[in-house]
Design a protein around this ligand. Structure first.
Ligand code: DX5
Ligand code: ZN
Length: 214
């Protein structure tokens, strides 16, 4: 699939040198910047919060792709929008069924893109009623919580079911993405790749970003 959106995950950046590492991603030709927000409840890890996103907004022109791995995401939509999120993705599993449609509308009401993410055990069929309303579906290819995990090929198998019915939906994959697993996903219909350790552990970030596009 052409025009793949590459979104480096700064979870694998050096947080003491975050500006430097964000500039490296920009120079390498990244399209978006993926920011993993974890609360220690929805996932067993804590990472970045609103003030850090606001600081990143001041130093980067890249669209901020904010991945909320938190409980009660609806409470944090406005703070993250004000901090500068351009794409805001919540987890399907973190929201009551009857509140999902209104949450998607609420995110879009700020004029930004709304994304919804599904964990490895959640099927695309289970969320199909929401796909027409979303700008992006994020299909996790690892259990959310940590960078550097092994790609779960079964999860990539969910991509075609969404792509067949929704040709314009952004389908993003996140977790264990490298040149090989990224190609597998784009061949199946994904058009946005998140990569943390593959990009930031690479001796040549530009080459790593280009290899994801190839
Ligand atoms: C995991 C995060 C990912 C993480 C990916 O829960 O959502 O964005 O940074 O890291 P890698 O690319 O190393 O698997
Ligand atoms: Zn992520």
């Amino acid at each position: 699939m052409s025009n793949v959106i590459i979104s480096p995950s700064i979870l694998s950046a050096d947080f003491a040198n975050l500006e430097r590492d964000i500039k490296r991603a920009e120079l390498a030709g990244a399209d978006w910047l993926h920011i993993d927000v974890m609360d220690g409840h929805f996932v067993p890890n804590i990472t970045i919060g609103v003030p850090v996103v606001a600081s990143i907004k001041k130093i980067s022109h890249l669209p901020l792709d904010v991945h909320l791995m938190i409980e009660n995401p609806q409470k944090f939509v406005e703070p993250f929008v004000k901090a500068g999120a351009d794409i805001l993705t919540f987890h399907y599993e973190a929201v009551e069924q009857n509140k999902i449609s209104s949450l998607i509308k609420y995110i879009k009401s700020f004029g930004i893109k709304a994304g919804m993410s599904i964990k490895p055990k959640t099927a695309v069929e289970e969320v199909s009623e929401h796909l027409a309303d979303l700008d992006m579906l994020l299909i996790m290819t690892v259990e959310p919580g940590f960078g550097g995990q092994k790609f779960m090929e079964d999860c990539a198998g969910k991509i075609p079911a969404a792509r067949e019915k929704f040709p314009k939906l952004i389908i993003q994959v996140d977790g264990g993405i490298n040149a090989k697993t990224g190609k597998l996903c784009t061949d199946l219909g994904a058009n946005s790749l998140v990569a943390g350790s593959y990009i930031y552990n690479s001796p040549n970030i530009t080459r790593a970003v280009n290899s994801l596009r190839a």
